[in-house]
Design a protein around this ligand. Structure first.
Ligand code: ATP
Ligand code: MG
Length: 459
């Protein structure tokens, strides 16, 4: 559906209807006026006839020379008939005896009526006149009839002339409307050419000042959409660059370890290298998982939001790392009995908890303690991961949230992505993450996650 056609249709149809109504009205009006004018002439003829009546020898005579009647004719084609009758006796006096009588006897006013005479439609006027005869008065009826040729001809002329003028006007108006619509749509055309002329990578917003005000909201929406696409594209490019860079190191290590293993001749030595290889494979697997989580939590991607119980999710994620805790003889505990309902993308929130617990287990020395707690305070879900490891110096706390940053001197292997991912997942879910001191003092780190009061559906 073209906007131009739509506009033309809704402008032209009402205009045509209006013109049709106007045409009908003016046609009927001019017809009535023409009719009135002809009736007046007809009445004039009847008056001439009545003025030329006289009584001679007791007889009424119409002194109407042919030329006089000829002059009465309104048009050369029309024929005129007249008839004089006595109103006293009702008898015919002179003229055409069979002229159709009036529907009623006219009073003071003349009476007009339509009838058929000699197989032709005629318009007749009937009037009453008095003729003095000695001391008495004679009451006479004068009828003058006229054929309708002239009237019909005039009607035809009125119709054809009016139709020609109206048609011309309609054609003019249609042309003007089409031109107007074209002019009105010109800014949209310009916009189209501007957008078409853009390069494939040009994602800059379209200038809304140059477009009509009605179209501006649409352009705004498109601009917003384009901006989101741009961010998404940027994020993806960044991700690909980061991911390939990050994967290079563990793959090189793996390659070296495999070479090293192949060089061993003794089974015991080979076993030792294979154990290392196993660990590197685990770490690489974790890195791939983290990179995927990073890709999923990028702004611009729509989250797959569901409602779930945070307690259950956090407990599962915690106990999945039980083996790691055992290998370091860390006392890993979970506190939280009641269900705490939240909304979000479960896979991401699970990754978030895993990253925090994994950090706590990684950086807490052997025989340490790590406790995960889920609770609800003032309608807000709260999750804490507390360890009794070295903690993070306050000056480092904002830096460790950056991608690939690791606090100086950090021992166990890692890529520095865990907390950056955690931070990004929190931002997408409206969750506030704070790194702080352990409650009650002592060394260690307390990471607290605070859900928003309303737990609105994340964006
Ligand atoms: N519980 C913790 N105790 C002490 N230091 C920590 C703790 N958690 C994080 N850190 C410090 O913050 C840094 C960043 O942590 P992050 O999880 O982002 O990366 P990472 O653990 O080094 O690598 P990975 O991407 O494998 O998790 C760590 O290198 C570490 O120095
Ligand atoms: Mg980590």
């Amino acid at each position: 559906m073209r906007l131009r056609n739509l506009l033309l249709r809704w402008l032209l149809i009402p205009t045509l209807l209006l013109w049709a109504a106007g045409f009908a009205l003016s046609y009927l009006r001019s017809l009535a006026q023409a009719h009135e004018a002809y009736d007046r002439t007809l009445l004039g003829s009847a008056l001439v006839v009545s003025e030329n009546l006289a009584v001679a020898d007791g007889e009424v005579v119409a002194d109407l020379p042919y030329a006089a009647l000829e002059m009465l004719r309104t048009d050369a084609q029309d024929r005129i008939f007249y008839r004089i009758a006595s109103l006293d006796t009702g008898s015919h006096i002179t003229g055409y005896a069979d002229l159709p009588p009036p529907p009623a006897v006219p009073a003071a006013e003349p009476l007009f009526y339509d009838a058929a005479y000699k197989d032709q439609a005629v318009r007749i006027v009937a009037l009453r006149t008095t003729l003095p005869e000695g001391g008495a008065q004679r009451q006479l009826l004068v009828q003058v009839a006229e054929t309708l040729d002239a009237r019909h001809q005039l009607t035809r002329r009125i119709v054809s002339e009016a139709a020609a003028v109206q048609l011309l006007l309609i054609a003019l108006a249609a042309g003007l409307i089409a031109w107007g619509v074209r002019q009105g749509l010109a800014p949209l055309k310009r916009l189209r050419s501007e957008v078409r002329a853009r390069g494939a990578h040009d994602l800059t917003p379209i200038d809304t000042r140059a477009v009509p005000r009605e179209v501006a909201p649409l352009i705004h929406a498109i601009n917003t959409h384009t901006e989101r696409q741009r961010q998404l594209g940027e994020a993806q490019a960044r991700f690909v660059a980061n991911a390939s860079h990050q994967l290079k190191t563990p793959l090189t290590v793996l390659r070296a370890q495999v070479d090293h293993a192949l060089m061993q001749t003794e089974l015991a030595a080979m076993r030792q290298v294979l154990t290392q290889l196993n660990e590197t494979t685990d770490a690489t697997g974790r890195l791939v998982g983290q990179l995927l989580a990073l890709a999923r939590s990028e702004p611009g991607r729509t989250l797959e939001v569901t409602a779930f119980d945070l307690t259950e999710l956090a407990r599962d994620a915690t106990f999945e790392l039980l083996a790691l805790a055992r290998s370091k003889r860390i006392d890993l505990g979970f506190e939280g009995a009641d269900a705490v309902p939240v909304h979000g993308e479960a896979v991401l929130l699970r990754e978030l908890v895993t990253n925090l617990v994994h950090n706590a287990l990684t950086y807490t020395p052997e025989h340490g303690r790590v406790t995960v707690t889920v609770a609800q305070h003032d309608q807000r879900a709260v999750l804490t991961v507390v360890d009794n490891g070295p903690g993070i110096a306050p000056s480092e706390r904002s830096k460790v949230l950056e991608r690939f940053y690791r606090a100086p001197g950090t021992q166990p292997q890692g890529s520095g992505l865990g907390l950056a991912i955690a931070q990004e997942i929190c931002a997408r879910h409206g969750v506030t993450m704070t790194l702080g001191e352990v409650p009650g003092g002592g060394s260690g780190l307390c990471v607290a996650l605070l859900w928003p009061a309303q737990d609105p559906a994340p964006t």
